[in-house]
Ligand binder design. Structure first.
Ligand code: ATP
Ligand code: MG
Length: 262
């Protein structure tokens, strides 16, 4: 008998996906993304960005590759070492891991700020409400009062209490323009991005080439372990090499591709 799982009841649509399906996890996430697009949390083009991520995840073998695991450990160390860390959340990040990102922020003493590419006040409100509903914590982003220099779009709007004065920003699923602007503004940038060739991954100081729903729990585990160990954090950051992390991700994709061709 085929085991099935009801994915969605929130919008009155019941979808059954077999737990034995080889793409089970990715299909469940797709359903959630589709549902949250209908609720206005995910942008329509956010679904396309998600598809690009899925393609890269397929190529790395839908697993946390060793260089991503090292980047996740370094990310935890850097978050804990930062004085004013901020985690930014867009529609896709909210849909994928709102609760986990807020849990990480609490553990690392970071603020959470919603910042959208497709920005309208209504959508910002919707994403903030969604994150607050699932996490039970308050987030920044509704009332931006500062401008991050070097960005032409509305994404430049940010909060002086959050991104504007942050010394470190964790950016899951970022666009390259804003990642570059954050680096130029002198902030340490941690990116979670499955595409090791994206401008975001290339400009970030710590590039985690892993899927957001795997990466964030891994960072949380490292942060819990490193919370009271400053010496270990400093040693990790001293030896971390982001060029090696990106090269490792490209090598992992090539190796996986040639294994598949055998
Ligand atoms: P840029 O070169 O400007 O950084 P981009 O490819 O990042 O461009 P977008 O399509 O805006 O442009 O961003 C989506 C990025 O997010 C892609 O690189 C994609 O691989 C990544 N991505 C999408 N979904 C996930 C996910 N669930 N986990 C990790 N990364 C993801
Ligand atoms: Mg990007």
């Amino acid at each position: 008998m085929v085991k099935t799982f009801m994915v969605s009841k929130c919008i009155g649509r019941n979808v059954e996906i077999s737990k034995d399906h080889p793409r089970y996890r990715s299909l469940v996430i797709r359903e959630r993304m589709g549902e949250l697009m209908e609720r206005g949390v995910v942008a329509r083009t956010g679904l396309i960005a998600h598809g690009r991520g899925e393609a890269f995840d397929y190529l790395i073998g839908e697993r946390t590759i060793p260089c991503a695991a090292r980047a996740e450990e370094a990310a935890a160390a850097a978050l804990l070492e930062a004085k004013r860390p901020v985690i930014t959340i867009n529609g896709n990040a909210a849909a994928l891991a709102a609760k986990e990102l807020v849990d990480l922020a609490i553990l690392a003493g970071a603020k959470v700020e919603v910042n959208l590419f497709h920005r309208t006040d209504e959508r910002v409100e919707r994403v903030c409400n969604y994150v607050e509903e699932v996490s039970g914590a308050k987030v920044l982003g509704r009332d931006p009062d500062a401008i991050l220099p070097g960005i032409a779009s509305d994404r430049a709007k940010c909060c002086s209490e959050g991104i504007f004065t942050a010394d470190l920003v964790l950016i899951p699923l970022e666009d390259g323009d804003r990642a570059e602007a954050l680096v130029k503004a002198g902030k340490k940038v941690i990116a979670i991005d499955l595409n090791p060739l994206s401008r975001t991954a290339v400009v970030a100081h710590i590039s985690i080439v892993d899927e957001v729903t795997r990466a964030v729990p891994n960072i949380i585990t490292h942060a819990a372990r490193l919370k009271n160990d400053k010496n270990a954090r400093r040693a990790i950051l001293k030896s971390y090499d982001n060029h090696a992390a990106l090269q490792g991700a490209r090598d992992a994709i090539c190796a996986h591709m040639s294994e598949g061709a055998k």
